[in-house]
Write a protein that binds this ligand. Structure first.
Ligand code: 5AD
Ligand code: SF4
Length: 500
């Protein structure tokens, strides 16, 4: 098996957040240009990559077990290149390399532009190749960090905008890293300092995506609302202003953003949400806990009262805003009373849904160093269950309110599951999402080719509520799919001014 520019296969599995999903998309594009074709056959692939997450121990353990499974396969097929990229590669680095000698390649999230170089090095020398911050990295000085920002910009802007490959929805990164240092969180240590991208680049990327047929853009950042950057004209662009610029891109029918940090949340963002029709009334704004004592121990820079005030303002300014939260249960020292405050928060805020996590002590974080992981596992499990049940009750209530309403759905494609449990693909049903990110399943109009509706906005009357979806009847097609779009060449990369 050779690793020159020929037809080679790549297996890539992604763990973790939207950042990683986007990084994987960029990696796939980068490697497709080198002749790699994606395969689902992991054990027969020429190149196997795991794009990893370190937020909780569970995700890391899964990768270790995958690497264990691949040991005999790699012995049988020594030409296979096995790589670990992303947050766990950065966090574990040399330890991982020691424990798994059959891993050929390690690459941090901040070095992904170098992946082709690493693969070529492994293929030609059969020696291991690593690109990790603080290890054999070319990027340890300030100047190197600046070069990194440039190189990563080039990678972001290199994404493929082919109309065939482009989905209806896409992520666009607005910032890298995080500066908040919540005591439980590994992100600032693995993804580095917060750096906001140039507004021109973000808008250009959104334009290219829209031209290639994308209808919905989700702007992503660890604390997306703290975005701020100056543009080429020297004007300071806050997140609210950036949102306006992206929403003005022709062809985008929806713009949303994740994840918001509840501290220093600028009300201007809410006003843009209320005033600009294609900005979705949707906020993913994790509280993490309803207890001030726990919030303080987590070093979140707000109190429960601040959070409630912000939610109230959001509902005043954007009456139909849909709110999604995250909670950590069993944080060190969390008492029954602290936990009860989180339950109360789920009830009062009436989240559309909440992501609930059991605290996982992460080496390298302040909580790991200073706060013993003292809530027993059965207690964490029980609190997790209670909070989920509470959220479930809220969901049912919100769903009942939706019955009989007409919602606007952006059609994504054939629905995988029909209301009656049969496969909806066979029945030709369609699925899409509301502005509030609820999945809606419905029948296309009689005689219509279902695929012709993909990318359209439809009005659908809600008839039935299921645990994970809503079933409705098509009332009207609001915006039919426009004519096929011309092929678009990827954005060129011209020397960028580096701003940090
Ligand atoms: N343990 C459990 N959950 C965590 N999260 C982040 N760090 C941890 C941790 N150490 C959760 C937070 C965050 C989401 C992405 O993951 O709720 O919002
Ligand atoms: Fe995303 Fe954080 Fe997980 Fe990295 S550690 S993949 S930034 S959630």
């Amino acid at each position: 098996m050779s690793h020159d520019l020929a037809d080679k296969t790549l297996f890539l599995e992604t763990f973790g957040c939207q950042m990683n999903i986007l990084d994987s998309e960029l990696v796939l594009g980068q490697l497709a240009r080198l002749g790699y074709r994606r395969t689902a056959d992991r054990d027969g692939a020429d190149l196997v990559l795991f794009n990893t997450c370190s937020v909780r121990d569970h995700a890391e353990q899964k990768v270790y077990s995958r690497l264990g499974e691949l040991r005999p396969i790699k012995t049988a097929r020594p030409d296979m290149i096995l790589g670990v990229i992303g947050c766990q590669a950065q966090r574990e680095g040399e330890n991982l390399a020691r424990r798994f000698p059959h891993v050929d390649l390690l690459c941090s999230p901040g070095e992904l532009d170098r992946l082709p170089e690493l693969i070529a090095a492994v293929a030609s020398t059969r020696e291991r190749a690593f690109a990790l911050h603080g290890l054999q990295s070319r990027r340890s000085s300030t100047l190197d960090r600046a070069r990194e920002h440039d190189a990563l910009e080039a990678l972001d802007l290199s994404r493929s905008f082919s109309p065939d490959a482009s989905p209806i929805q896409a992520y666009v990164r607005v910032q890298r890293g995080c500066d908040k240092f919540c005591t439980y969180c590994v992100v600032p240590t693995v993804r580095g300092k917060e750096r906001s991208r140039r507004p021109e680049h973000i808008v250009a990327e959104a334009q290219m995506l829209a031209r290639a047929g994308c209808r919905e853009v989700t702007l992503i950042g660890q604390t997306v609302n703290s975005y701020v950057q100056v543009d080429e004209a020297g004007t300071t662009v806050t997140f609210a202003r950036l949102l306006e610029r992206v929403a003005a891109v022709p062809g985008l029918v929806r713009v949303r953003f994740v994840t918001s940090y509840p501290g220093d949340f600028d009300e201007d963002i809410l006003r843009v949400m209320a005033d600009v029709p294609n900005v979705c009334p949707f906020l993913h704004i994790p509280a993490q806990s309803g207890s001030d004592r726990v919030l303080r121990a987590m070093r979140r820079q707000y109190t429960a009262a601040d959070y409630y005030r912000l939610i109230d303002r959001a509902r005043e300014i954007v009456s139909d805003v849909s709110i999604v939260g995250d909670f950590i249960v069993g944080f060190p020292g969390e008492s029954d009373a602290d936990f009860a405050a989180s339950v109360e928060m789920v009830r009062r805020v009436r989240y559309k849904n909440s992501y609930i996590f059991k605290y996982s002590a992460r080496p390298g974080t302040a909580a790991f160093r200073n706060q013993p992981d003292d809530v027993p596992e059965p207690v964490k499990r029980e609190r997790n269950r209670i909070l989920l049940d509470e959220q479930e009750a809220v969901c049912q209530q919100l769903n009942r309110e939706l019955l009989g309403m007409t919602v606007q759905v952006l059609v994504e494609g054939p629905s995988k599951l029909a209301a009656d449990g049969s496969t909806a693909v066979a029945r030709g049903q369609l699925a899409g999402r509301t502005q509030a990110d609820r999945i809606v399943v419905f029948d296309p109009p009689p005689g219509a080719e279902p695929a012709s509706l993909v990318g359209s906005l439809c009005e659908v009357r809600v008839r039935e509520i299921n645990p994970y979806s809503v079933v409705g009847e098509l009332v009207a097609v609001a915006a039919p799919l426009s004519a096929p779009r011309p092929a678009v060449t990827p954005l060129g990369y011209k020397g960028l001014t580096v701003l940090r």
